[in-house]
Design a protein around this ligand. Structure first.
Ligand code: NHW
Ligand code: EN5
Length: 384
């Protein structure tokens, strides 16, 4: 059933979710990790990608845009932008050796990719330096040849060489074995386009005019004092976010440098707004990132502009009011849809703010760590 995953330090699908936490593998040192890369099938070779190189990032972009994640009906495919990929892959302390590619031998076409970035993750009572694994991709013409397990083993080796033994990752598919199963919810901002491209459907006994009215939002934020986050806010946003995330069973522990990296606005990539009160205190923050999808085979529309809910903390207004402003700000930025998971405290606003449940799941995983099952509301981690 799982010829590869059955060889890995992850709980099997049939095992019980216990109450105990800890590593699954015997404890090792970096010197005990093999120094040689894993062997790839003939005709392929490893490469370490340089995302600062214009040509190399373009190759990564093309591989992902043409071959990365699609929805279950292959109507949409993620279209992470070049600026987004650089942001996602170069946080503080990133390692170039964790931007791993597979090429056709002789420096040929890029056909495989997987990445890791370092992060401090707290799960229950333990804080662990981990790798966040993302952007695993094998070219469509090379699928089902067991290349993915080699990519996973080689990134594991490179992570282990840095004395890191755990990883966190998410996927739409079920593998051995999720720590949490979460759902996507969607808030229409441009319902006419969403219906035209098949992202959503006209409800029963609904006209287009009624639907457009249903999803209309004000032109400007409703909370007094909302403005874009700026560099001077980093310390205050760090305290707000780091303190808030402590309430979740699984959450990242950010440094101020990481908050600056992940939250300071970058046009077309990440959007972040704060509420500053009369005393000049930052009391609330909301953020979302831009992840468009290609619309596959549509005559009129090529791109679905989606905003994804990111780090949100409300202390002076209800979270629902803050997220209503997030919807307004996303609409101002011309997004077609605002997506959120049922994680953190999001259940408190999803229904009232007219989000509808999506057909996609997001499974959360830990590598080489056993722990109890976590409810979506206990998840305080968003991976890009
Ligand atoms: S999830 C997005 C993954 N990417 C995509 O879905 C893109 C489109 N699909 C593809 O490119 C976010 C291919 O279908 C891929 C599989 C490459 C997915 N995670 O080569 P084979 C992430 O990036 C297993 C893990 O023949 P393929 C997170 C599958 O169960 N494993 O398949 C990534 C089977 O194993 P089994 C996955 O279709 C986390 C084996 O791959 C998987 O040509 C990675 C088949 O391989 C997935 N999403 O290529 C793990 N999808 O045991 C990190 C399939 O069942 C672990 N498989 O026989 C931690 C590492 C670091 C540790 C450090 C301490
Ligand atoms: C690694 N960081 O399935 C992540 N998206 O619901 C990788 N559905 O967009 C893993 N199928 O429900 C990502 N519209 C896993 C997700 C892969 C992408 C995916 C789903 C999430 C999605 C849309 C379109 C479905 C098209 C047909 C969907 C319904 C929205 C509707 C809006 C109005 C109110 C009711 C709901």
């Amino acid at each position: 059933e799982h010829a590869f995953w059955d060889t890995q330090p992850v709980p099997s699908m049939s095992s019980e979710y216990g109450q105990d936490s800890g590593p699954l593998d015997e404890v090792r040192t970096p010197e005990e990790v093999r120094a040689e890369p894993y062997a790839l099938p003939d005709k392929f070779e490893w490469c370490t990608c340089n995302v600062d190189d214009e040509h190399e990032i373009q190759e990564i972009y093309s591989l992902l845009t043409e071959n990365y994640v699609e929805d279950d009906d292959s109507m949409f495919r993620f279209d992470y932008s070049i600026h987004f990929l650089r942001w996602a892959l170069k946080p503080p302390e990133f390692l170039r050796s964790w931007h791993l590619g597979v090429r056709v031998q002789g420096g040929g076409k890029l056909v495989g990719f997987i990445t890791g970035i370092p992060a401090h993750i707290r799960v229950l009572e333990k804080s662990i330096k981990m790798a966040e694994i993302n952007f695993l991709c094998v070219h469509k013409r090379l699928r089902s040849k067991r290349l993915a397990p080699v990519l996973i083993k080689e990134i594991t080796r490179r992570v282990n060489r840095e004395n890191i033994w755990q990883a966190v990752y998410t996927a739409g598919v079920v593998l051995p074995r999720p720590i949490s199963e979460c759902r996507y919810w969607h808030r229409s901002l441009n319902p006419k386009k969403l219906i035209e491209v098949g992202f959503s459907h006209l409800g029963a006994r609904m006209t287009m005019a009624r639907t457009i009215k249903l999803y209309k939002v004000p032109d400007a934020p409703q909370i007094a004092g909302m403005r874009e986050m700026k560099k001077e806010d980093v310390g205050r946003v760090h305290r707000l976010v780091a303190n808030y995330l402590k309430k979740f069973t699984l959450h990242p522990e950010f440094t101020p440098a990481e908050i600056e990296h992940w939250m300071l606005p970058r046009p077309g990539v990440v959007y972040c707004y704060v509420r500053e009160n009369e005393k000049g205190e930052v009391t609330d923050v909301c953020s979302f990132y831009s992840l468009p999808s290609s619309i596959l085979g549509h005559p009129k529309h090529n791109t679905l502009r989606a905003a994804y809910s990111y780090w949100n903390v409300a202390t002076t207004v209800p979270l629902q009011d803050l997220m209503f402003d997030a919807l307004i700000l996303a609409r101002q930025q011309d997004f077609d849809v605002f997506n959120a998971l049922d994680i953190m405290e999001n259940e408190s606003f999803l229904k009232d703010l007219k989000f509808g449940i999506g057909d996609g799941y997001l499974q959360y995983y830990l590598y080489n760590w056993k722990c109890p099952r976590i409810e979506p509301r206990g998840i305080g981690l968003v991976l890009l």
